[in-house]
Design a binder for this molecule. Sequence first.
Ligand SMILES: [Zn+2]
Length: 246
Amino acid sequence: MEKKIIITTSWDDGHPLDLRLADLLEKYNLKGTFYVPLRNSEQRVMEESLLKQLSTRQEIGAHTVNHIYLNRLGDKGAKYEISNCKPMLEDITGEQINAFCYPGGKYSQRDIDLVNNAGFLFGRTTKLLRTSFDVKSKLMNTSVQAYNHSSVVLIAHSMKNYYLKPILDNTVFIKGHKNFIGLVENTLGRMSNSGGVFHLWGHSWEIEEQGLWNELEMTFKVLSNVRNAEYLNNSECWRYIEAHSV
Ligand SMILES: [Zn+2]
């Protein structure tokens, strides 16, 4: 019997182009979680009125107050960044904020505990090539980034995380240097028997910089046609896995 595939997406940094991304998601009936910092010294962040508008359409998640990598902060600074972004976003959106994402994918056990204590359900990482996660860890991993990483980067990523299975699973892809849509199709193909969570993530500013809007739309089309798929935002996906894990 074919198992269910959950498809979720997430988009980091709150750039004004996230609105274009939300339009594209909705065109294909996909759901996403947008992780928005209150401020960011490196990228534009959408103004509050746009954020409020986006929150009526898609889930908003927290991404610290100032988009600072947590490994660069002492205990006090990390606590400030993690515990304050939630009420600040709730004030702006009028919605409860349940999802958190670690800037730059940097976190330690201290930060996992802070995220937990602040009342978030989980922290989203930047770990790639995963199709499952363990709810006890309070970490949500991803499958594919909407970005054309070189094979070398993907192999190095797997080795750094002591996670070698994807290298074997994706040998043909990695040899072929294809675009990320190829990695999406390859991963979904393997999931047709096993089921699991397929999680696409990225940055709208990066998609613009790299000229990837067409490839992204083709990818959304592929995702919208997966058999036995359920489309959930990150928090819905977390709750679904929590309810179905032993
Ligand atoms: Zn970020």
